[in-house]
Design a protein around this ligand. Sequence first.
Ligand code: PEP
Ligand code: MN
Length: 264
Amino acid sequence: LASRDFHPENTVIQIGDVKIGGGELVVMGGPCAVESPEQIDEIARLVKAAGGQVLRGGAFKPRTGPYSFQGVGVEGLIMMAEAGKKHGLLTITEVMTPEYVDICAEYADILQIGTRNMQNFDLLRKLGTCGRPVLLKRGFSATYDELLNAAEYILAGGNPDVMLCERGIRTFESYTRNTLDLAAIPALQSLSHLPVISDPSHGTGRRELVEPMAKASVAAGADGLIIEMHTDPDNSMTGDGVQSLFPDQFAGLMRDLEQLSPIV
Ligand code: PEP
Ligand code: MN
């Protein structure tokens, strides 16, 4: 079902008046994690002012270590839904377990599956009936074929609205957190009809590389971007402050992107 042979036309996912995969660039911006109502409200205001369409933010965080901040949970879903509604943005948040799919789907417009869960098959099956579009992140060691097979679980379960997300893979390079595989963008678009979103934040792990890799992703044909932005990255509650743009950098990037691709 994910294959272009089966479905030659691009899948266009329409949520409210935002179309993903329809030729206009969609930008999802926001913090790694929802921290407080004030934090997410202010960041939502800035994402909207810069021209973004979707507010990102994790309420449930998949942390490498069990003692790290794990997210604020359901409270965070509520905070983000309120901020999204107030500022006229759609919202996307990560869901980590099948039991939380329903509550995340109640509060968020798009469900994100993290790199670590790309092959969590019970979770993928549950997404087939969640009633929300899904952004499926590529596992950091997954091939294109494995990513497309993971998408297939969601599609086969009855949900046609799947976006594929390149977020960097693990290579021998240690300067960057991951290696953003730009070739994945056109390759996945030729193999599949599903929209392809690039995540230059996790794909590089370094703030100064986010802007060039965002532009390169758009040049490579990405249907959208998901970018971390924080008002106070140095004091953010996850380690992802180092890859989060400052609000003025995010706004500057959005202005530059408008030259590259129509943003509506
Ligand atoms: C995130 O988007 O904050 C995140 C944890 O992403 P990934 O699953 O790509 O690491
Ligand atoms: Mn993050």
